[in-house]
Structures are given as structure tokens and as C-alpha cells.
Ligand binder design. Structure first.
Ligand SMILES: [Cu+2]
Length: 232
């Protein structure tokens, strides 16, 4: 119980950091960006704190489902994108399943492969239970991440990983609803695109609502433990 409460508080802190930083992502070379309306961010941060406090109370008083309350956050929502086979995919296609979403891009050779491998490893650790969860990469680089490019990339991470891309407008709309920002940073010494981007991992419930977020620095084991608490 104490551990659960502590873990939840840790996630809540990560969440508050996310909201407070207005989607700037973790410290690893990510840019500080301001979304319009810092007042609403402050309100969200307060909501997060009171939500965290409520969750803490719930964890202390109820053994069952303490981790199953959704975060009080305006994160996530409708998207219409294209998967690695070229098929149009919307958020509604995943209703009834959990989604584990990461925003990144195929040419990234730092945080993306590490995060994607950790989150899919977490699902593997959950065995059959983990199969309720669809791991999804949404690209922040629609110019380079065509369906074909994603189809080549995804198997290097995990056989069940879906990659979503689309028009720049459709991709930016998805990024905006998840409060993810991305900024081209030029080319690497290898000549590949470098994009600074937010790198939280979002667990969405069967109704499409945000359940929790995790920083990519968590181990697969820690992620599996968190995800397991939300699975039905
Ligand atoms: Cu990346």
C-alpha cells in the first residue's frame, strides 16, 4: 500500500512537471516551449495536484483499483492518421483496448528506440495481460516517416508496434492534443534528421481517456507494474 501510494505520487509529480513545463518534455535536450494560455496550465497543474491528493487518499483507504482512476488532465483525444500499411486509423479504432502511445520518429537514434523498446518490453513482461495494450508510435516527423519508412522501422523495435503518420496537419493535431511539441534541430553527423521532442509515454484506457503518463526513464519492470494496475 505504501509503495503504491509512493509510486502514484511519483507519477503524479511527473505529470505535474509535464503540465508545468507546458509539454516541453524531459530534460534531455528538449526545448522549452510555451503553449498559449499559461493560466489554464496553472489550473491544470492545480487540478493535477488535487487529483494526486485524492488518489493518495483513495490508495490509503481502498485496496482495489486504487490506481484505476484517470488523471484529471486534458490530454489525448481524437486523431485520424495512417498506419504503416497505409490504412487510415482513428482513435476510435482502439476503443475497447488500451493504447500505449509514444511520440517520436524513425531516424531518432537516442530517446526513441530506448523508450519504444522499454515500453514494448513492459508489455511483454505482462504476458497475456499485456496483449490488451496496443503499443503505438505516433511520428513527429511526417515528412520522413512515410508508411513505408515506418513499415521498415517498426519490426526493429517490436512485432506488435503500430506506427502512425499522416499529413503534417493531422500529425500536428495529434501532437497538440497530447501536448507534445517537436522542433527540428538540424542534421546529425550521419546526415539524419534530428528532432527535439517531448518523450512521455501515455497509457490510454479502453474509452480512449488518459489513464497515466510515464517518463521514458522508467525501467520496463517499473512500467509493467504501473500498467498492470490499470488493466481490467
Ligand atoms: Cu526521439
Amino acid at each position: 500500500m505504501v509503495m503504491k501510494a509512493g509510486l502514484r505520487a511519483g507519477i503524479a509529480m511527473a505529470f505535474i512537471t509535464l503540465v508545468a513545463a507546458a509539454g516541453s518534455g524531459p530534460a534531455s535536450g528538449h526545448e522549452q516551449h510555451k503553449y498559449g494560455g499559461s493560466q489554464s496550465e496553472a489550473a491544470q497543474s492545480e487540478a493535477a495536484q488535487s487529483g494526486a491528493a485524492q488518489s493518495g487518499a483513495a490508495t490509503g483507504s481502498s485496496a482495489e483499483g486504487a490506481g484505476a482512476e484517470p488523471f484529471p488532465a486534458d490530454i489525448g483525444g481524437a486523431f485520424e492518421l495512417v498506419d504503416q500499411t497505409g490504412k487510415t486509423v482513428t482513435d476510435a479504432d482502439f476503443r475497447g483496448r488500451y493504447m500505449l502511445i509514444f511520440f517520436g520518429y524513425a531516424q531518432c537514434d537516442s530517446i526513441c528506440p530506448v523508450s519504444l523498446k522499454r515500453m514494448t518490453k513492459a508489455l511483454d513482461l505482462l504476458g497475456e495481460e499485456g496483449e490488451q495494450v496496443q503499443p503505438i508510435l505516433i511520428t513527429v516527423d511526417p515528412e520522413n516517416d512515410t508508411p513505408e519508412a515506418l513499415a521498415r522501422y517498426l519490426p526493429s523495435i517490436h512485432p506488435r508496434l503500430i506506427g502512425l503518420t499522416g499529413t503534417p496537419e493531422a500529425v500536428h493535431a495529434a501532437m497538440k492534443s497530447y501536448k507534445v511539441n517537436a522542433k527540428p534541430m538540424g542534421r546529425s553527423w550521419k546526415g539524419t534528421q534530428v528532432i527535439s521532442h517531448g518523450s512521455y509515454i501515455y497509457l490510454m484506457g479502453p474509452d480512449g481517456a488518459l489513464l497515466t503518463i510515464m517518463p521514458p526513464v522508467f525501467s520496463p519492470q517499473a512500467m509493467a507494474g504501473i500498467i498492470a494496475r490499470y488493466l481490467g
